[in-house]
Ligand binder design. Sequence first.
Ligand code: UD1
Length: 389
Amino acid sequence: MKKHIHLIAAARPNFMKIAPLYHALKKVAWANPVIVHTGQHYDVNMSDAFFADLRLPEPDIHLGIGSGTHAEQTGQVMIAYEEMLNDQKPDMVIVVGDVNSTIACTLAAAKISYGRMGEGQAGQSRTASSVNEEDRPMIAHLEAGLRSFDRSMPEEINRLATDVLADILWTPSPDADQNLLKEGVAPHKIVRVGNIMIDSLEMLRHKIEELSIHMDLGLTKKEYGVVTLHRPSNVDNPAVLQGLCESLNRISQMLPLVFPVHPRTRKNLEKTGLMDSLAGNKRLFLLEPQSYIKFMNLVFNCRMVITDSGGIQEETTYLGIPCLTMRPNTERPATIHEGTNKLCRTDQVVEQAETILSGGTRHRTVPEFWDGKTSGRIIESIKSFMQIP
Ligand code: UD1
């Protein structure tokens, strides 16, 4: 019997993490991978465009949850997914990253009971290697162990809670292994598989390199920057957002900037009237959120990136492109110690951008297992945990 494996996809940063795994699972005889889209991101250019670029089929299951407060979003995903679990009884649930749907589906799966066990057995302690013979799906977290140590970030809460509950913790880097061990996670649950996003990037490199979006904008290769901002700490506070807009206008005088605007950020720019201060600047190109291939093409050819995203810190490290991260901390320290990333306060960004533009390329190394082969290591890990010969 094929193993029925749910892959949970919810928000933009999840899609490039499930895609390589979905394609790898499709190729093995023992797996039946099923894509579950919770609906957390629902705009065409935040979701459908990514499915198309990543060659993913329509989700098998769409929970259609959408926006809401943290509790609303998390609670509604839990309720809808619990029903799906009872209906489908998957053998394994794979959650990725740190969005609200990651913890919501983990919680629902951790507490489900399929009602298959004899009396007295349910509730017994279980080990990761035996859990699939028990009464709920095995839960695996891909991109486990990352910590910013900043609990004001909703994503940090999601990471901590997911890692406590998951049976298998697939990590991207040694710091993640260490964080989990320090939190008391049993070593046999932790498997370092590497960075799955690099699999997507390598899978689509030829498509990414075929485009030249910067030329469509009248820009020259390596003579423009890319900006993304969406964190509540940067875009929900009007004073902080205003400071960032002023800085972007100043930096654009040195280096034209391409800024695909996240829906949260667009709403806030419009609400505060700050959109006008950016829209009037001819060296600042405001775009809709870009599809994966188009966005990566913009990054491949740019001089530097200014962002508050998690994933882009890693992609720029892999590509050797300088990155300024507008955050006080990062859950991805390898991008700073080994890569091209630098944390940056909002009042320092102009100065830091100048430094990058006046300096040469910084030496960097690519962290181990960021090699495009992570999905293969995950397949081996699933076989071992599920005792598949
Ligand atoms: C979420 C994740 C964050 C991730 C980010 C990437 C959580 C807590 N946060 O933040 O970790 O880095 O996605 O984008 O899970 N909206 C749309 N269309 C969409 C999606 C969202 O208009 O397709 C609007 C929503 O109505 C809401 C805002 O954007 O007002 C924020 O969406 P939400 O999913 O709550 O959080 P993000 O800020 O995107």
